[in-house]
Write a protein of this length. Structure first.
Length: 312
């Protein structure tokens, strides 16, 4: 049932990404706020106090809030640093409602001179709050989701191909040459994915406000970073196919199960899944199997999801 819901939203995604105002407004309404509809949101159990505050109308984002900040500060090196520095710095649920993060900065080498004598001060740590630039964390989160969506629209650059399928046209860096990529196979771990993520200058111009992090997710190995189990094949027309090489002996599977992920912070991984991010389950509603022995021939017959746009 969950898979059917997610595939339904993949279809709605294509309607919205092609610029249909009604579908786009409906999609944004569904993915913003504390109760996104039709999307799988795997988060830790809500803090009971925060849950009650939200229920009573508090403008707190359950994805980004002072409760999580305070809890996380107890289980990281920050708490040890705070203790060793003997600082009186403390996080407060009321005063830090709009605090996004806290940082410890070491101050060393300070000296002062009194007449002919010079005195050195002990190393000290100062602790700094990074506060959001919105009225509350719910507004901040919603604005992040909206900008992340705008990034998706420009970065994916959709067009319609045969059978009314959507093709996503991905801009490559200016330094890439066709002859280095067309007709070749790459191990996904070695493929310069990050170069592509930051190659679209128009999309990345939208990233001046939140400075979000860009990643790729390979379903169904979400955040596992097992890139050595995947390959990327680019045919002579620039169509890109990615697939799993490990699960079946005779076939490549999980064809084109890769999506863009826009994360508010830069440390998204399997151990840290609960920070704000926007990614869609799938751009491809069907997963075909491809015989290993007929890779090039079969991929050329499959309707593609991605095409690389080269400058040269």
């Amino acid at each position: 049932m969950m898979l059917e819901i997610l595939n339904l939203y993949a279809r709605n995604l294509f309607k919205a990404i092609h610029g249909d105002v009604g579908d786009e407004e409906a999609l944004l309404k569904d993915i913003k706020g504390n109760d996104p509809k039709g999307f799988y949101c795997d988060i830790k159990g809500l803090y009971s106090e925060m849950k009650e505050e939200i229920k009573n109308g508090a403008q707190i984002s359950q994805w980004l809030n002072q409760y999580a900040l305070i809890e996380n500060s107890k289980s990281t090196g920050f708490s040890k640093l705070l203790k060793n520095s003997k600082s009186k710095f403390i996080l407060n649920k009321e005063k830090d409602a709009n605090t996004l993060a806290v940082f410890g900065t070491k101050i060393s080498g300070l000296k002062f001179q009194l007449k002919d004598s010079e005195f050195g001060l002990d190393d000290k740590y100062i602790f700094v709050r990074q506060e959001i630039t919105r009225k509350n964390t719910l507004e901040y989160y919603n604005d992040f989701i909206e900008q992340a969506w705008e990034f998706h629209k420009i970065f994916l650059d959709p067009s319609i191909i045969e059978n009314k399928k959507t093709l996503l046209n991905i801009q490559t860096p200016k330094t890439w040459k066709k002859e280095d990529f067309l007709g070749k196979t790459f191990n996904a771990k070695d493929f310069p994915t990050k170069d592509i993520l930051y190659a679209n200058s128009e999309a990345n111009s939208l990233n001046s406000d939140f400075d979000f992090s860009l990643n790729t997710i390979w379903w169904f190995d979400t955040y596992s970073q097992k890139r050595d189990l995947y390959e990327i094949y680019i045919n002579n027309e620039g169509y890109l196919y990615c697939y799993n090489t490990n699960k079946q002996k005779d076939n490549f599977i999980d064809i084109n199960r890769v999506v863009l992920s826009v994360s508010l912070f830069g440390d998204m991984n399997r151990e840290n899944l609960y920070q704000p991010s926007l990614d869609f389950y799938n751009y491809n509603t069907k997963t075909q199997e491809v015989l290993r022995s007929e890779k090039e021939e079969q991929f050329d017959k499959i309707l593609p999801v991605f095409k690389l746009k080269f400058f040269n």
